[in-house]
Design a protein around this ligand. Structure first.
Ligand code: CMC
Length: 390
């Protein structure tokens, strides 16, 4: 293999773009969005400030933030035609498929015509309306209710989501709102994670914004990426107490099974988002949440570290955080979508601003060139079983 033909399975360690959006694990630690430490953003900012930072490049002034929040709020209602289609999606569908479909349908109703102008509008439209799409579908399919997806213009993205989820006419508690808000900040951006890379590959063909986001949603859905928060909750739900957690995890490790919510391609000494979300999970467990779930999570963390020297990633304690707020498990990855649309948007806009088609090559390992076989000379292969089993 020549120097130009370097191969790295899964593109591990390969740099494929220049980006000024985010630094992940430089020298093995830390996470910054446009130079700001995630710890500061989680402590002092709101999700809307972070969304503005990622999409427009700088933290908003007070005036810019007020205008931006008003814009997001004006984008929360969804068209009647989209509601009709959401009503036809089965209640058994995975909510990630609902969002992927909703994004695609909105793209037919409010298409991108002039990318330079429309890309910002579409990014904000999707950030504001993904929660509306999800919860409109949810209440219709669960109880036949056609909900209004508009709440108070002052509501943050987190408050809007919790109000539409609960529909109890009450203000969600400050604790729950802040926990969701912080999780949205932590999930907003992560360099070339698979979904952002997917979005950039799609953007590099100069296709429309919605197609890029559909790619990203489909990529995020898998359990090795965003689907890990849901998978971590399914795992934790199997353990009613710390003793069963300890024996269960040891058994899984013995069988070389993956423990969802652990490990990371870049961070080898721990995910800097983990201590932040873990603290919120702990806080919730002390203030009316589920102390057993937090204790079980802590035991899983201890055992995996003791046995494998592996740390939890953001998805692990996000699971117990969302669960203690009363969010259904299959909504965990959709919340990741609402948040990461900010990062995806930043990547799509950046890719378009300095585009080159992303088109790597594979190392061919198939048959050598061979003579064509006419159909009458061919015999059945094992593959015919695949066709006949359809
Ligand atoms: N549980 C058990 N073993 C693991 C895990 C895990 N969670 N993660 C990695 N390993 C093992 C892996 O089996 C491999 O062992 P061996 O060398 O014996 O084959 C070794 O550690 C190295 O792992 P790898 O698969 O080469 O690492 P990777 O960089 O390709 O994968 C990962 C990173 C995140 C896909 C992987 O750690 C994993 O599958 N974790 C569980 C799913 C998960 O939590 N995903 C969320 C990722 S972070 C947030 C996000 O993007 O959503």
């Amino acid at each position: 293999m020549t120097e130009q033909q370097q191969y790295s399975k899964g593109l591990a360690g390969i740099q494929v773009a220049e980006s000024d959006i985010c630094t992940v694990g430089v020298k093995g630690v830390g996470l910054n969005y446009r130079g700001y430490d995630i710890k500061d953003l989680a402590a002092y900012s709101t999700f809307e400030e972070v969304a503005f930072l990622l999409i427009y490049g700088s933290l908003p002034s007070q005036n810019e933030l007020s205008n931006y929040k008003r814009l997001l709020s004006s984008f929360r209602d969804i068209p009647g035609g989209l509601k009709d289609i959401l009503e036809r999606i089965p209640s058994s569908a995975h909510p990630m498929d609902v969002l992927r479909t909703g994004c695609s349908v909105l793209g037919t109703m409010e298409p991108e015509v002039n990318p330079q102008q429309d890309q910002y509008r579409i990014a904000n439209r999707l950030i504001a309306s993904f929660g509306s799409m999800l919860l409109y579908w949810y209440h219709w399919t669960q109880s036949g209710k056609r909900i209004s997806t508009v709440t108070s213009p002052d509501d943050s993205t987190a408050t809007h989501f919790l109000k539409l989820l609960r529909l109890d006419g009450k203000e969600p508690s400050g604790l729950h709102v802040k926990a969701v808000d912080v999780s949205l900040i932590l999930y907003a951006e992560h360099d070339l994670a698979a979904s952002s890379f997917g979005a950039r590959v799609t953007a590099s063909t100069l296709t429309d914004f919605y197609s890029c986001i559909c790619t990203a949603i489909g990529t995020l859905r898998g359990p090795l990426h965003g689907g890990a928060n849901e998978a971590a909750m399914i795992l934790l739900s199997k353990f009613p107490n710390t003793a069963s957690a300890e024996s269960g995890i040891l058994e899984m490790l013995k069988k070389k099974e993956l423990i969802m919510g652990f490990g990371h391609r870049v961070y080898r000494n721990g995910d800097p988002r983990n201590p932040i979300i873990k603290e919120w999970s702990k806080k919730l467990s002390q203030e009316g949440g589920n102390p057993t779930l937090f204790a079980v999570s802590q035991v899983v963390e201890d055992i995996v570290f003791r046995e494998k020297k592996m740390h939890p990633n953001l998805d692990f304690y996000s699971a117990s955080t969302y669960n203690q707020i009363g969010i259904p498990t299959n909504f965990f990855t959709p919340i990741f979508v609402i948040s990461r649309t900010t990062g995806w948007a930043a990547h799509i806009i950046e890719q378009r601003s300095n585009n080159k088609l992303i088109r790597p090559s594979a190392i061919y390992t198939g048959p050598e060139p061979r003579p064509y076989v006419p159909i009458i000379e061919r015999s059945n292969s094992d593959r015919s079983k695949l066709v006949s089993s359809l």
